[in-house]
Write a protein that binds this ligand. Sequence first.
Ligand code: ADP
Length: 491
Amino acid sequence: MTTTDHEQSVIAAAPKGLSIDGEWRAARSGRTFAVEDPATGHTLAEVADGDALDALDAMDAAARSQATWAAHPPRGRGEILRRAYELLTERADDLALLMTMEMGKSLADSRAEIVYAAEFFRWFSEESVRINGRYTPEPNGRGHLLVLRQPVGPCLFITPWNFPMAMGARKIAPAIAAGCTMIVKPAALTPLSMTALAAILAEAGLPAGVCNVVTSTSAGATVAGILDDPRLRKLSFTGSTEVGRQLIAAASSQILRVSMELGGNAPFVVFEDADLDAAIDGAVVAKMRNVGQACTAANRFLVHESLAEQFGSGLAARLGAMRMGRATDPSVEVGPLIDARARAKVDELVDDAQRHGARVLIGGAPIDGPGHFVAPTVLMDVALDARVLREEIFGPVAPITRFVNDDDAIHAANDTAFGLVAYVFTRDLDRALRVCERIETGMIGLNQGLVSNPAAPFGGVKHSGFGREGGPEGIHEYLETKYVAIHTNAV
Ligand code: ADP
């Protein structure tokens, strides 16, 4: 399948260089790397392959710009963010096409991601003027306490390929609002959505040096130097728990402030009083958004024994009706997985579940290339020791197990090292609140299969990380608290 003229013009328009100090430039080494269309395996573009020297240039720019940017009026910061929201909204169709080409997800999913990313710019445009401290009398009446909220300082953002723009937007927008400068290192599999965003931020009026983007195929080596640089003050990472763990260790040398959005293993719990149709609708969203390649994807379906068969056959019917293919075609709902490794892992998990006795309701068989496709798969009565229940699937596979009572369901839901999100379906308010209290996750979707919302604090507990993105909480990640004890004779 070849790209159309429109697709080619969208790719041609996306910047392919490093964005450092307001300039687009090649890597110092002159090296580039190929960005592949996961639906065809064809190269879409060559992008600058930055390394540690380029990252240091970006660090210099971020450090140089920090004081001026922190002094930029909050209203002005907000207006830049608002303009970025408007530009993203105006250009959503082309940006969605670009994202689908480099990442593979359906156009509807890409469009939803652009809207979601844009909403962070709108939300934080409104927050930039509400960074409040306080001035309070000391309890003993002999002085006052002044509490200031100041920008943390230069930040490093490392983002993944599954939401190539939104995972950056959740960090970039509050950092801009708070008055921080930054260096962004997007995933090498999907750099174009981030370079396109950087161009939009510049167009929106963001001064040179505030947001620097370094694309690179050697992530670890590229960021190692700046993680040790005393001018860096904060690291925010979204990606795997394994890499997150290494980065937390690396961040200890300069005692960086750290936010981590790591892996998940979300339980999707359907109680016997649930609205079955709503549960199936929610399951389709929670499982199939991004073809399952989301840390919030429902990974384990725990269904009360009285509903398990109906839920399984209903979900299988819905997943089986979804159209698969290269997702630049708007009728395609299921695109490819990101790469061959991802597909091989999902195929392996399905195979392992079947060897442990799972019943395949739909899908289950590997698909030959080109493109890294996996058929939507529903597995019934998956054994508790099957890998598909223990590992993050990151693919369109729905393993179902049954439970008999609420305690067993909650115990099973919490039986994982992860704690990002859980989905709970019940019409009983008491049960809903009891379960929400006892489930060990940072977020819960109650009778809905989607929790992501720029106005809400997104984040996990346990091995899913710490820190929150979005909502009023989102800006606190980029603010330091300074307290001044005032001795005064005035009062
Ligand atoms: P995923 O499984 O989503 O690809 P990763 O954790 O491997 O998650 O990657 C997320 C981001 O982290 C990407 O931008 C990737 O380039 C970057 N990354 C991977 N390894 C390292 C590392 N050792 N140090 C810093 N960044 C890394």
